[in-house]
Design a protein around this ligand. Structure first.
Ligand code: HEM
Length: 451
């Protein structure tokens, strides 16, 4: 009888061969291939915790009087959305834990996507034939950022309301189509009752469904095209070295999932994040001292704080100062990201399929560019919280901001130059080792893929 159900199914569906081939699929062993999986598993945790929260959250701006366990806000008028956030935090069993896990999982999700993308960028994994997957990846990053924004906008607290107002102002600054864009997105002039239900539908249905679809497409392409490999013995553009899907890779990957879940649960239980009760309900004319967006939007906030207050007129249309740092800059950043594999192709004139990765030092220009952009983002993050930094360091805010306006250009240039020089020096040092590696590769090129 042993194996009867499997034989029964196989004699009808002929799945054994396909399954055997799938279980023998090779995955590289290098730790950096786990970054994509951290992103994947954080998304799973986001969905799980999000389903729990959806059972108690109310996407309504109807004004109510709070009568709950958080006495500091007893009798305060607020939206039903904000009241439900307080209810989840103080009255629903494990509600605060799950809310905090959801927020931590979001931060880890976006952090892992950025780290994963940096790995792809600095090792040249986006080269032919993986350009399409890079494009899907950039779209995933965009959707993840947008969903983070929608998520913290629906809280109905003072901080989320301020973020919503900033998003509204940025969209309104777009010449000609700004008012239409804001009407479609926010449902009127903020604050308006339509926005929270609209953002909520996007946050829990539309964007997660798109992310799930794109993750499916992303993983399907990886499976179909096979992984890349780091340079090393036996690795060629035709040969992949690593562990089989079953058992070693599956067990390793499951271990990673449980570890990540434990870390998120520990953070959710022990480290406070987004304490909405401290901020109070949304009030259109108020703002919190030291108000900050979540870190992954800090670069846009920083650009807005550093950009000088100049308004242009182009063809009779006013282009407000907010448009350049708040809209044009992020749009251009993503445009360059989308096009990067093709820009690099034009620079390097390398049109061949590449399955062996490059170490960062083997591509000094790309590495220098990536380091310069990362340095600029760090300065912009500081600028996004310049009031907090100035307060903590007893510096004058105006002087600190002027300094950052210089540093935002100087730091990336210096970082790029240093990164370039380090790569060139490293490449020279490794030249002899690389020659030995190439010799090793030639010796194994005739071997076929071990199954
Ligand atoms: C929700 C977000 C994402 C998830 C869940 C995800 C997941 C994964 C996983 C599990 C892998 C295989 C392991 C690895 O190579 O690290 C992978 C590979 C890959 N990802 Fe992503 N990824 C995401 C976002 C991105 C982004 C933002 C980019 C780039 C813009 C990107 C580009 C790629 C490429 C080109 C590969 C193939 C790399 C190779 O074979 O070396 N991904 N992704």
């Amino acid at each position: 009888m042993s194996g009867f159900p499997a034989r029964f199914v196989d004699s009808r569906l002929r799945l054994a061969r396909i399954t055997r081939r799938a279980l023998n699929h090779i995955f590289p062993d290098h730790w950096s291939f786990m970054l994509g999986e951290v992103a994947l598993y954080s998304f799973v945790i986001l969905v799980e915790t999000g389903i729990f929260l959806a059972m108690f959250y109310k996407d309504s701006t109807v004004q109510v009087i709070y009568r709950g366990s958080y006495h500091a806000l007893d009798g305060v008028k607020m939206s039903a959305a904000y009241r439900s956030m307080l209810h989840i935090s103080f009255d629903v069993p494990a509600g605060l834990l799950i809310r905090q896990m959801h927020h931590w999982a979001c931060d880890i999700f976006i952090g892992a996507i950025i780290a994963h993308q940096a790995r792809i960028f600095f090792t040249g994994a986006y080269r032919k034939p993986r350009e399409l997957n890079w494009i899907v990846g950039v779209t995933l990053l965009l959707l993840a950022l947008a969903n983070g924004y929608f998520g913290y906008s629906v809280g109905g607290d003072l901080l989320s309301g301020a973020g919503m107002r900033i998003g509204y102002a940025i969209m309104l600054s777009v010449p000609v189509i700004g008012p239409w864009l804001t009407f479609i997105t926010f449902g009127g002039t903020v604050p308006v009752t339509a926005t929270i239900p609209r953002f909520y539908a996007l946050h829990i249905f539309v964007v997660p469904a798109l992310i799930s679809l794109l993750i499916g497409a992303h993983l399907w392409m990886i499976w179909w095209q096979l992984h890349t490999n780091y340079p090393g013995p036996k690795r060629t553009d035709k040969l992949i070295v690593g562990s089989r899907l079953w058992p070693s890779y599956t067990l390793k990957s499951l271990g990673l999932f449980f570890l990540l879940f434990a870390v998120v649960a520990m953070l959710g239980g022990l480290v406070q994040i987004d304490p909405v009760w401290v901020y109070g309900p949304y009030n259109p004319v108020a703002i919190l001292p030291g108000a900050q967006p979540d870190w992954y939007l800090g670069w846009v906030e920083g650009a807005m704080r550093l950009f000088p207050g100049v308004n242009f007129r182009i063809g009779g249309y006013l282009v407000p100062e907010l448009f350049w740092p708040g809209f044009f800059f992020p749009v251009m950043t993503f445009a360059v990201l989308y096009c990067w594999p093709f820009i690099e192709k034009l620079i390097s004139l390398d049109f061949r399929p590449r399955n062996v990765l490059r170490w960062p030092y083997q591509q000094p220009f790309t590495t220098a560019l990536g380091c310069a952009v990362a340095a600029m983002m760090v300065v912009l993050e500081f600028a996004g919280g310049d009031d907090v930094v100035a307060l903590a360091s007893h510096a004058r805010l105006a002087a600190f901001r002027e300094l950052l306006r210089v540093l935002v250009f100087v730091v990336p240039v210096l970082t790029g130059i240093v990164a370039y020089l380090v790569c060139v020096w490293w490449r020279r040092r490794r030249a002899s080792d690389d020659a030995a590696l190439r010799a090793g590769n030639e010796a194994v090129e005739e071997l076929t893929l071990p199954q």
